[in-house]
Design a protein around this ligand. Structure first.
Ligand SMILES: [Ca+2]
Length: 385
């Protein structure tokens, strides 16, 4: 059909409107190819398929999997969603605590207890406000019919601040201990101050009690919950399945994002030592090394904007066995760090073209990721027929 100029002027926008509606509907199953590059001398050049499972989430921040395969997703804006494993329908979970969606704060991480089938327990981290001052809080609750019940606040980082950034908030349960990352809240010197929880990784028993063997449990004036200190804003935490060590990813200032391995009572240096600098330039602290502080396993200059991370030891992506995957918000990538012994080897970059806030290996062995632009995606491979 030939279209006159005027008609064509109408036809194209209308057709595009319907087409985009179709695309939006179909995008629940839209899969696009992205490229992985890097490695030693650029030796890696593979393709991964990014399958969008859910669209329309509001600033998704954290996720975890229920034993039945359903996925719980937090939205920073203060909602908790259940996404069904069968059809990826999104359900609301009720009964959340009061949450301050302010600055970088809001509803943040979620963690499903490994014995959820028996105890129904989960953990949430979020920002709370009192008199326009803010801090990070962690709650344990039971999930019953899409409602939180038996809610119990386990931890409230001290003190509260007016600043609304660097809340940390990633959660990990390992061997009965609950680890909580807390950022420096924009008050960098507090990362070295054991009187506060800021710039620390916290270690509690899974019921919230302080373990007697925490490094500063008996130190006068120190917060007994502290496990490690000298962190800026740790936004990822995971257990290395090859060694049992706990690793964190940490936002640097301008440059100087870090991956660190946690050791009991250790000082990770911020803000005394860093590979970064002030925004706009300018030296921070006294350089990059200092006796008594632990060096990062790796660091990034310029910053990649480290977010959530997880280890991969499965077989769904054969060339990815024994890797650490770190979301890189700033560069809209996932960085893959190849593990070697108890440390790291070379790295690659997966060009996601979306800001991945969190990623996690699902019970099916596939990697799931949350994108700031509202999506839950699954990384897949395609074998040629
Ligand atoms: Ca450091």
């Amino acid at each position: 059909m030939r279209l006159g100029k005027n008609l064509r002027g109408w036809f194209i926008p209308v057709a595009c409107f319907f087409l985009s509606a179709c695309l939006n509907q179909a995008s629940n199953t839209a899969t696009v190819a992205v490229r992985e590059t890097g490695g030693e001398s650029g030796s890696v050049a593979s393709v991964i398929w990014v399958n969008t499972l859910v669209n329309g989430l509001h600033q998704p921040w954290g996720m975890d999997f229920l034993p039945d395969g359903n996925i719980l997703v937090t939205e920073k804006t203060g909602a908790l969603k259940r996404i069904t494993a069968q059809h990826y329908t999104v359900q609301d979970i009720e009964g959340l605590p009061g949450i301050a969606d302010e600055g970088q704060g809001g509803l943040m991480d979620i963690l499903v207890h490994p014995n959820f089938t028996d105890n129904g327990l989960l953990y949430l981290s979020y920002t709370v406000e009192e008199d326009q001052l803010y801090t990070t809080q962690v709650m344990r609750a039971k999930l019953a019919n899409n409602r939180l019940v038996d809610k119990q606040v386990l931890f409230t980082a001290q003190p509260f601040f007016k600043e609304r950034r660097h809340f940390g908030s990633r959660l990990l349960l390992d061997e009965g201990y609950l680890y909580i990352t807390v950022g420096d809240r924009g008050n960098r010197d507090l990362a070295q101050n054991l009187h506060t929880h800021n710039g620390k990784v916290i270690r509690l028993r899974e019921n919230g009690k302080v373990p007697a063997d925490n490094p500063f449990a008996d130190k006068k004036g120190a917060q007994a919950e502290i496990w490690t200190y000298g962190h800026r804003n740790p936004q990822g935490i995971a257990r290395n399945p090859l060694t049992g060590a706990i690793w964190v990813s940490e936002h640097g200032p301008q440059g100087g994002d870090e991956i660190n391995e946690l050791h009991r009572g250790a000082n990770y240096g911020w803000p005394l030592v860093t590979y970064g600098e002030e925004y706009g330039g300018g030296k921070i602290g006294m350089g990059t090394t200092l006796a008594g502080t632990v060096q990062p396993l790796t660091y990034y200059v310029p910053s990649i904007g480290t977010g959530g991370m997880d280890f991969y030891i499965g077989d769904k992506y054969p060339s990815w066995q024994n890797s650490l995957l770190v979301s890189a918000l700033r560069s809209s990538q996932i960085n893959r760090v190849m593990l070697a012994g108890d440390g790291i080897d070379q790295q690659t970059r997966l060009r996601m073209n979306m800001r991945v806030r969190d990623l996690q290996v699902g019970p099916d062995g596939f990697i799931y990721a949350l994108a700031d632009d509202s999506r839950l995606v699954r990384l897949e491979t395609r074998t040629q027929g």
